[in-house]
Design a protein around this ligand. Sequence first.
Ligand code: ATP
Length: 310
Amino acid sequence: MEKPILKIENLSHRYSGTNWAIRDINMEIDRNGILGLLGSNGAGKSTTMNIICGVLNQTEGNVYINGIDIREKPELAKQEIGFLPQTLPLYTDLTVDEYLTYCAELRLMEKGKIKPALEEAKERCGIAHFSTRLIKNLSGGYRQRVGVAQAIIHKPRLVILDEPTNGLDPNQIIEVRALIKEIAKEHAVVFSSHILSEVQVLCKEIMMIEQGRIVFADTMDAFNNYVEPHSVLLWMENPPVEAELLQIQGIDKVEFLTERQIRLWFNGEQNITEKLIVMSIEKGWRLREISLDKTALDEIFKQLSTKITL
Ligand SMILES: Nc1ncnc2c1ncn2[C@@H]1O[C@H](COP(=O)(O)OP(=O)(O)OP(=O)(O)O)[C@@H](O)[C@H]1O
């Protein structure tokens, strides 16, 4: 049977003299696609990624890339890893071609294979027209693309991207996200973010890390079900009485916040907003505002964090 692309067993790390930065992380990836590592600042994303990529030595646990222990055979394992760290590892006085050639050499690629690999990586990252441009003269978005190109130039099975859209403007973010999707067709990609919506649009699998521990690991669909909104906020000029609202199928609880502002708690009812809008028109409730009360990310983290066993 083929070895998993990435296997992490009971990974823990403690920076000297501090508390555990990550604790008992387990993870396995055996196919291409995107896994989103979601966590707030300081949750432990970079620590985990740096260890996977052999940049940092773990305190406890094991990391295998294609079955190879990264600590025992780092050079071999690193041939199957592409890494874009949080701070771009760019030499800004080099041209794009010079820099990517240098990266390919660092990855111990065979001389004869470097040129075609360089052209392919540039093509895939949309930077072929900047081959001779000094990196310092590129925009942030294009620098990020060069960063991605250096991560895939040696065609690794695993590509690790640490907050790749951080610091980019909205257009650049869209472009880099599209690039990540493209890359994931041919590589297993792990990318980190502290933005839930970003992970939601990009990933099929999500792993949430909080205070160094995995608090949720499943498909994006399972996650979305988990955080389904359960309440809806309404502002009506002429609201009905509580009893009338409770008769609506799917409504469990009614809370009058003010005379005209009401929170309705519902259960499993998919089209609740549409239903309420139609009823308001029929019954003359004079609905002014309606919004689904999606649980804030902080709240989700808090809920999930209480589920972990320390
Ligand atoms: N070199 C270091 N020395 C000591 N503590 C560190 C070091 N690097 C990180 N930490 C601590 O380890 C914990 C995890 O940090 P890490 O950088 O992995 O989190 P992160 O999820 O990547 O956050 P961010 O998005 O802010 O980078 C934090 O408490 C951080 O303060």
